[in-house]
Design a protein around this ligand. Structure first.
Ligand SMILES: Cc1cc2nc3c(=O)[nH]c(=O)nc-3n(C[C@H](O)[C@H](O)[C@H](O)COP(=O)(O)OP(=O)(O)OC[C@H]3O[C@@H](n4cnc5c(N)ncnc54)[C@H](O)[C@@H]3O)c2cc1C
Length: 412
């Protein structure tokens, strides 16, 4: 005897987690997961460079929430219910061992996302979830009995008692139209986690060069990040730039991705300590060419380009460095001023900033405050994290809460 019919729209990380949790929690419910694409879990497959950065080794709800430019407040309570430790245990119980890397990111020990895909599909099948591929949900209407009728891309309709939308990030407002049609509002949409274009000739000489620790600042926007950065063939990338793009997603969209960017290549130095260091080099290595004496930890190639870009001749020796030229070099090393002229193409963007307004959702159950028996999970919500496994963790967490709530195991 079927106790209730539950439909989950979206066969990504959040949809699968919600479907499995719900079907395991209420075995008498008929749980159907509907995916419009030809495959389930497409993003999980390509995530983390094919390795899937499942979560992050961070077990404190408050600390974890600080990694979310949007959604941090709402997620604290949610993480108190289901956090990375729970995700590790969940996958462990299903035979998937996770390993941690030095920076805290966690991957399957097999180093392939297929392990996660297989585990989710197997768990859904074991729990009796009905899986439907190549079936888009085009429309949804609320029924008088409180349930929903869904219009499908094959022209058929299907009904359910509870509905969960887990349709992923809305690249455009069309992506959130099912939520909007049920009375919800979307916050302004913008890409997050993108890399930047910089038209600077000397930088173009350095594609592939990575730097362990720089500080990047966007003047006037209070955006400042420290950490590793990568020089690409068109500009800058790496964790620092991605984090900057996440925290500044809306402000940077507002200026159409044209903004000044300052890079401090040696944040471990102050103005004074770097000036003293260069003065000592003038005394200790007077006859050595400056371009040939890179300052650790900068690589020889990067140092050479930085020295030349500061206005010095490639042939100048330490003894020939004037006081004002030294001043310019210090300034350049601690504050290279770039002009960003754009961002990367859409396909390289990782997540969407913006989505279903969080105030319209009860985070204790993930149920809509506007439309009873409607639930949300994953990136469709106005939640996004920085890189490091945080985006999947918010999918596991919101999916798990919604799944339990729909199964009647979690309430206010
Ligand atoms: C290249 C790349 C790498 C990433 N790597 C990582 C990583 O390593 N770690 C991490 O934490 N995050 C990573 N992310 C982010 C992470 O993948 C997403 O945040 C996460 O997949 C969102 O899951 P979701 O279930 O909310 O949405 P999605 O995974 O987008 O799933 C939504 C599904 O709903 C379907 N759908 C949409 N509309 C309908 C409809 N009307 N009817 C039926 N089906 C519909 C879509 O086809 C899609 O399959 C990465 C993202 C990208 C793009």
């Amino acid at each position: 005897m079927i106790s209730q019919r539950i439909i989950i729209v979206g066969g990504g990380a959040a949809g699968f987690f919600a479907a499995i949790t719900c079907a395991e929690g209420d075995p008498s419910a008929q749980v159907t997961l509907i995916e419009k694409g030809q495959k389930f879990l497409t993003k999980v497959r390509i995530s983390g460079g094919g390795r899937c950065n499942v979560t992050h080794q961070c077990f404190d709800a408050r600390d974890l929430s600080t990694r979310f430019p949007r959604g941090s407040q709402e997620l604290i309570g949610a993480f108190n219910r289901f956090q990375p430790g729970d995700a590790i245990a969940w996958f462990g119980e299903r035979g998937v061992e996770l390993k941690v890397e030095a920076d805290g990111r966690m991957f399957p020990s097999t180093d392939t996302s297929q392990t996660i895909v297989d585990a989710l599909i197997q768990a859904a099948s074991n729990a009796g979830v009905k899986l439907r591929l190549e079936c888009g949900v085009d429309s949804v209407t609320k029924q008088v009995d409180g349930g929903f009728r869904l219009g499908l891309s094959d022209g058929k309709t299907i009904e359910c008692d509870r509905l969960l939308l887990a349709t992923g990030g809305c690249r455009s407002s069309a992506g959130g139209q099912l939520a909007v049609s049920l009375g919800h509002n979307l916050t302004a949409l913008a890409p997050s986690l993108f890399t930047v274009h910089i038209d600077e000739k000397w930088l173009r000489e350095l594609p592939g060069v990575s730097i362990e620790n720089i500080e990047a600042t966007v003047p006037g926007m209070r955006l400042r990040e420290r950490g590793p950065m990568l020089i690409t063939h068109v500009g800058l990338s790496g964790p620092v730039i991605l984090r900057l793009s996440a925290w500044g997603a809306r402000e940077l969209a507002a200026v159409d991705y044209k903004f000044p960017l300052h890079i401090n290549w040696l944040p471990q130095y102050t103005n004074e300590s770097l000036s003293s260091k260069l003065s000592r080099l003038r005394k200790t290595h007077p006859s050595r060419m400056i371009v040939n004496s890179p300052l650790a930890p900068l690589s020889a190639r990067l140092w050479e380009q930085l020295v030349i870009a500061s206005g010095l001749s490639p042939s100048i020796r330490w003894a020939e460095l004037s006081g004002s030229a030294q001043h310019d070099l210090v300034n350049h090393l601690l504050r290279t001023e770039f002009v960003v002229t754009g961002k990367t193409l859409n396909k390289e963007e990782f997540v969407t900033c913006g989505g279903v307004t969080l105030a319209e959702v009860n985070f204790k159950t993930m149920e809509s405050r506007i439309c009873p028996r409607l639930y949300f999970a994953g990136e469709l919500l106005d939640i996004d994290g920085i890189t490091g496994g945080f985006n999947f963790q918010s999918c596991w967490t919101t999916g798990w809460i919604a799944g339990n709530a729909m199964a009647g195991l979690m309430g206010d």
